[in-house]
Design a protein around this ligand. Structure first.
Ligand code: NOJ
Length: 516
């Protein structure tokens, strides 16, 4: 286990929208390098960088054409190397995004695989034996290549699934078992890619759709086995490098697959969703626990998280995030005060937290935008970072119509420039809470966690982190509940909390981190 992880707070950079250094309207690696000091000063000591590989960008880079080459629009492989070096000079880490489940249909592996004549890459992807064979339970692309067969898709139609075989082989004429030599070769090909970037200096990977490798693998047994093998390689050759999974099943990802951390994704109805992202679009009703409406229930999070936390403690971390490039920013339904309470809570929970670029200033979810590069409803969370009050909010010198996506031009659109100056801004709140987390071991990734007060449909929510207690009342109404501890020293507070005579009282919309 890389020791640095327990002390890390990640910043997610969506490269096309972060900082444009050459005025072509799109963010690039040199731009990111110029902002490392900013990220570092905010308190984030690690970065997850969305895919920067050569790609036709049908899915914003999750459709890789060449895993070994930085896309021209982002710079060169030398720029990537410089990024790793500059990050390391500042004691920061960089995770790249590994996309092992599929490639672009323009990848040279696929070009070879779709040839009608059998060749060494015929089985790199999953093909039926004839175009007339298309069992409806599989997502197959039919009749669009000269090869007599249909191929399986992993995500969008332009992303054919790489072949790691099937755990349960139901059609033996075309489904290979996971231990078939050609499937093992796919694993080796992915390991080669990992080695290439790790040798160059990257510090690990966030792994896209990590659970998607082996098909018909209900319990993910064969998929986890592949990752466990990859973890062996990491332990042996790159023990200081980290693997973070997009899986949302910590028991499988961490305990079986050997991931160092697993994302707690926003799946409708799960703990993370009901706590932070349970806005009901149909009724327009806010049902998240962490909203001032106070309609939520904390118990789904408490039960689900506690169980997974206990099951994986000492093996790996569960990662909460403020948002990512696939979700609406929380500012879509929360005001700045609510965001402060939410983010402070996220940054005082155990695990390895991730801050999505621009969330530190409360950037808007620009739902009105049309889709860009396969973004669809996700596009509104992918707009240019708002640095200054200058041209294009400091993101780029290009003319506005040449920008990757439009910047938020509203008069009151938040910027780093404005928020840095304001002591009580969201930016400064996030900065303070991250600094407190990093300065206190009890609040770090592997510090203890114990729920002290959580009741169905009730407020507040109180938990202990070693020598600290966090009491949070997101609701726009004062609350008091029986409580056995006393506030000895307030370390950070929004609103107000007091203890007396076996009771804790929290003003409406309060967050308090204290020593007891
Ligand atoms: C998950 C990524 O986060 C998302 O952006 C992408 O579209 C899919 N995986 C497919 O790679």
């Amino acid at each position: 286990m890389p020791a640095w992880l327990k002390n890390s707070v990640f910043y997610q950079v969506y490269p096309q929208s972060f900082c444009d250094s050459n005025g072509d309207g799109i963010g690039d690696l040199k731009g990111l390098i110029s902002k490392l000091d900013y990220i570092n000063e905010l308190g984030c000591n690690a970065i997850w960088l969305n895919p920067v590989y050569d790609s036709p960008f049908m899915d914003a880079g999750y459709d890789v054409r060449n895993y070994y080459k930085i896309a021209e629009r982002y710079g060169t492989n030398d720029d990537a190397k410089m990024l790793f070096e500059e990050a390391h000079k500042r004691n920061m880490k960089i995770l790249m995004d590994l996309v092992p489940g599929h490639t672009s249909d323009t990848h040279e592996w696929f070009t070879k695989s779709k040839q009608p004549l059998k060749n060494e890459l015929s089985n790199r992807y999953i093909w039926t034996n004839s175009v007339w064979e298309a069992p409806p339970q599989y997502r197959l692309m039919c009749g669009i290549t000269d090869r007599d067969g249909n191929y399986l898709v992993n995500y969008f139609s332009s992303q054919p699934a790489l072949n790691y075989g099937f755990y349960e082989v139901t059609h033996p004429d075309w489904q290979l078992p996971a231990n078939h030599p050609d499937c093992l070769r796919t694993v080796e090909a992915i390991k080669d890619i990992m080695r290439f970037w790790l040798d160059m200096g990257c510090d690990g990977f966030r792994v896209d759709m990590a659970d998607s490798l082996v098909k018909n693998d209900e319990e993910k047994i064969a998929t986890a086995a592949i990752w466990a093998g990859i973890r062996e390689m990491m332990d042996k050759d790159y023990p200081e490098c980290a693997l973070v999974s997009e899986w949302c099943n910590p028991k499988r990802a961490i305990n079986k697959g050997g991931f160092h951390a697993d994302f707690y994704l926003d799946h409708r109805g799960n703990g993370y969703s009901t706590a932070f992202r349970y806005y009901n679009y149909e009724t327009g009703k806010q049902e998240s626990y962490f909203s001032k409406e106070g309609n939520g229930d904390i118990m789904t999070l408490v039960n689900e998280f506690t169980e997974n936390y206990k099951a994986t403690k000492d093996n790996g971390y569960i990662s909460f995030f403020t948002c990512n490039h696939d979700n609406p920013r929380m500012s879509a339904w929360y005001d700045q005060d609510e965001l402060k309470i939410n983010f402070c809570t996220i940054f005082t929970l155990p695990g390895v937290p991730f801050l999505y670029y621009g969330d530190e200033i409360g950037m808007r979810y620009m739902s009105e935008l049309t889709s860009k590069e396969g973004g669809f409803s996700r596009t509104g969370s992918r707009t240019p970072m708002q640095w200054t009050n200058g041209i294009n909010k400091g993101f780029s010198n290009a003319s506005a119509e040449d920008l990757y996506l439009p910047v938020d031009t509203r008069k009151n659109a938040p910027t780093v420039e404005n928020q840095e100056k304001n002591e009580n801004s969201l930016y400064n709140t996030v900065k303070k809470i991250i600094a407190i987390r990093k300065a206190n071991e009890d609040l770090c990734g592997n510090g203890d966690f114990e729920v002290l007060y959580a009741e169905k449909n009730k407020y507040p929510f109180i938990f202990k982190r070693g020598g600290f207690i966090v009491a949070v009342n997101p609701k726009a109404e004062d609350v008091s509940v029986p409580f056995d501890y006393e506030i000895k020293e307030k370390v950070f507070e929004l609103g107000n909390a007091e203890t007396s005579n076996g009771t804790i009282s929290l003003k409406d919309q309060s967050y308090c981190l204290f020593k007891y």
